[in-house]
Design a protein around this ligand. Structure first.
Ligand code: COI
Length: 360
């Protein structure tokens, strides 16, 4: 499968293989498969030394620029096992193209999407026994790029590593597909237009941890961010985009430069429109959401993301007041979207959108 690539494959010795964890207790991102993909970039050679190798440490100088100035970008996508051991990936090219958008914003080199995709397919195929088969569990794939040039000047680094690791995962949230409780913060902000909120760079997540910790302490699953200027308009949840179903219309904040353009977000919009559901990408204020909750027109709220898939919201807490959504239950559209997306991803139903890539 990888013979036609400029890619070295160094397989793990059979006696060094890691024991696979039980599929009913995977958690999220706690276990890693036997192999990883690694390639290097420098100004003279571009991308080179692409290899699939045993999962393990690599060395980095303590002055590596990522450690000081945070030039780090990543992606999240998944591989699935369908009937008869068929293997699928969901919209992998979109993730790799989005990584190039992040690279551009962070002054990092572009990755060759076609070559990386071939390497990714080879990696998933090689570690195919790690793809879980129980309901709701999948193989999460994490492509990452970091600046490794040892230097202390603040400027684009001249050397990078790009690597891909993979992790068998269950549901991202402990709640699984049960409704989550979301803490709306007007104390912290995530991103401003003109900043880096629309790209998948590590610093966005580092900056979110304090608010998430406060939310957890208060008994909430995640944080809902408001816009940084007025602290009024809804932006996104910590690890996902957000949708509101009000009067049978699906509303989600527009991609205005501070929100991540989620691939699951885009899939949900396409799927809902194909079912003749009206989808409106428009600014919505937290006051409008609360008013809709109070007058009964807010039918459901859910988050979307690769890790979170569709994650229903049963409660919003804003300015210390709790607002219960859909009586704390999973909404019917959330359920329909979750089931249909999963069925497409597992190759169980037709894929009219051509989202699925079969690799084995
Ligand atoms: C994903 O959904 O793939 C993400 O990257 C969110 C994450 C930080 C777990």
């Amino acid at each position: 499968m990888w013979q036609d690539l400029d890619l070295t494959v160094n397989k793990i010795a059979p006696d060094k293989r890691t024991e696979k964890p039980p599929q009913d207790a995977l958690g999220f991102g706690d276990h890693f498969t036997d192999h990883m993909f690694l390639m290097k970039w420098d100004r003279d050679n571009g991308w080179h030394d692409a290899e699939i190798c045993p999962y393990g440490d690599f060395s980095m100088d303590p002055a590596a620029m990522v450690l000081h100035y945070g030039q780090a970008i990543f992606e999240g996508l998944k591989a699935y096992k369908g009937e008869n051991e068929q293997i699928f990936m969901f919209r992998p090219e979109d993730n790799l193209e989005r990584m190039n958008t992040s690279a551009l914003r962070m002054c990092m080199p572009r990755i060759p999407v076609d070559k990386v995709l071939k390497g990714l397919k080879a990696l998933v195929y090689l570690d195919r026994d790690w793809i879980p088969t129980v309901d709701g569990a999948t193989l999460y794939i994490r492509p990452t790029m970091i600046a490794v040039e040892p230097a202390l000047g603040v400027r684009p680094a001249g050397q990078y590593y790009f690597y891909v690791i993979m992790s068998p995962v269950g549901a991202y949230y402990a709640e699984g597909f049960s409704p989550t409780k979301i803490w709306v913060t007007d104390k912290y902000v995530r991103a401003v237009k003109g900043g880096v909120g629309h790209v998948k760079t590590a610093g966005n997540y580092a900056a979110s941890i304090m608010a998430a910790e406060e939310a957890h302490k208060a008994g909430y699953t995640q944080v809902l961010w408001l816009d940084a200027c007025e602290r009024k308009y809804v932006e996104e949840v910590g690890t996902s985009n957000i949708f509101f179903r009000i009067n049978d219309e699906l509303i989600t904040p527009p991609l205005g430069g501070s929100i991540l353009g989620g691939i699951t977000r885009d899939s949900v919009i396409e799927l809902a429109r194909s079912w003749d559901i009206k989808v409106n990408e428009k600014q919505i204020s937290i006051d409008e959401v609360i008013a809709a909750c109070e007058d009964g027109s807010l039918q459901e709220v859910f988050g979307t993301g690769t890790a979170a898939v569709i994650s229903p919201v049963g409660e919003l807490c804003y300015q210390e007041k709790k607002h219960i959504i859909a009586e704390g239950n999973t909404g019917e559209l959330s359920k329909r979207l979750f089931e249909e997306l999963q069925a497409i991803q597992n190759g169980k139903v037709a894929d009219p959108f051509k989202w699925i890539l079969r690799i084995g």
